[in-house]
Design a protein around this ligand. Structure first.
Ligand SMILES: [Zn+2]
Length: 74
């Protein structure tokens, strides 16, 4: 990870917090001591089948939301 201050790549993680599908990391540059945070999407290690199941779940949820919207507005 590159430091946004001095563009050195000599940075290290001082804190890391998982939030949902993301991971927030506090990093510190060993060159200029600049602290910055990064947001990383967690690497998915799920197999393809699970991924499709997850997508279907998301679509189903969207459909439910759509039905609710139509009931309210249609
Ligand atoms: Zn730096």
């Amino acid at each position: 990870m590159q430091c946004p201050q001095c563009t050195s790549t000599d940075t290290y993680v001082i804190n890391s917090r998982k939030s949902g599908e993301h991971r927030r990391r506090r990093r510190k540059c060993s060159e200029c001591k600049h602290k910055f945070s990064t947001m990383e999407i967690l690497v998915k290690t799920k197999r393809d089948n699970n991924d499709i199941a997850h997508k279907l779940q998301t679509i189903n949820k969207l459909m439910d939301d759509m039905k609710k919207w139509i009931e309210l507005n249609g």
